[in-house]
Design a protein around this ligand. Structure first.
Ligand SMILES: Cc1cc2nc3c(=O)[nH]c(=O)nc-3n(C[C@H](O)[C@H](O)[C@H](O)COP(=O)(O)O)c2cc1C
Length: 179
């Protein structure tokens, strides 16, 4: 069984989350094909299951992710599929579920594809890593929603147990559907 694991990341945190998911996905017998959105990603029709992860930047998921989903909505809907979003609003306990996270809610409202499994994870905040403009933008966003604004902040808001749980649940579900 082949699974397509697609990631959209700006500073690498979504990729680190995918890395943490890898053993759980493989454990259920999936061969993983990993890709990002820099080139044309593979067509979902060649896979038994598809999982897409994307971070939020300036209030939005990468437009390339949305275009991909619009283009392949039918094919995505015809196989076990999952989606997860990574953002800093999800660091707040009352905004870390698909039903309570504003970005995921908006995504699901507008998406022609309704994934079988949806996850949302808190992201990373490391001001020193960002390009100057990005640093000021995210610092302003943090100031607006009462997050850390100290430029020495290097914080990881990801619940790694929840990441593993999500991957295990999705892989188990996908395997059961394909058997
Ligand atoms: C320039 C910039 C803009 C961001 N905008 C938002 C935002 O609007 N809302 C939010 O919740 N998180 C925002 N984030 C936080 C990211 O979603 C978080 O850092 C995530 O871990 C990034 O993952 P990535 O490195 O894989 O792209 C932003 C981060 C950066 C650097």
């Amino acid at each position: 069984m082949k699974m397509l694991l697609l990631s959209s990341s700006v500073y690498g945190h979504v990729n680190t989350i995918c890395e943490a998911m890898r053993p759980c996905l493989k454990q259920q017998g999936f061969e993983l094909v990993e890709a990002d959105f820099s080139d044309a990603p593979p067509d979902p029709k060649d896979f038994d299951a598809v999982l897409i992860g994307a971070s939020i930047r300036n209030g939005k998921h990468n437009p390339a992710v949305i275009s991909f989903i619009e283009r392949y909505a039918e094919s995505l809907s015809q196989r076990p599929s999952g989606f997860f979003s990574v953002n800093l609003v999800a660091r707040k306990p009352h905004k870390n579920k698909p039903e309570t996270n504003p970005y995921v809610r908006k995504f699901l409202e507008n998406s022609p594809w309704q994934p079988d499994r949806v996850g949302v994870f808190g992201g990373q905040l490391n001001y020193r890593r960002y390009r100057r403009m990005d640093r000021w933008v995210i610092r302003f966003i943090m100031w607006m929603n009462k997050g850390p604004t100290d430029l020495d902040t290097n914080a990881d808001f990801t619940n790694w147990d929840a990441v593993e749980e999500f991957a295990q649940d999705f892989a188990r579900f996908a395997r059961e559907q394909r058997q």
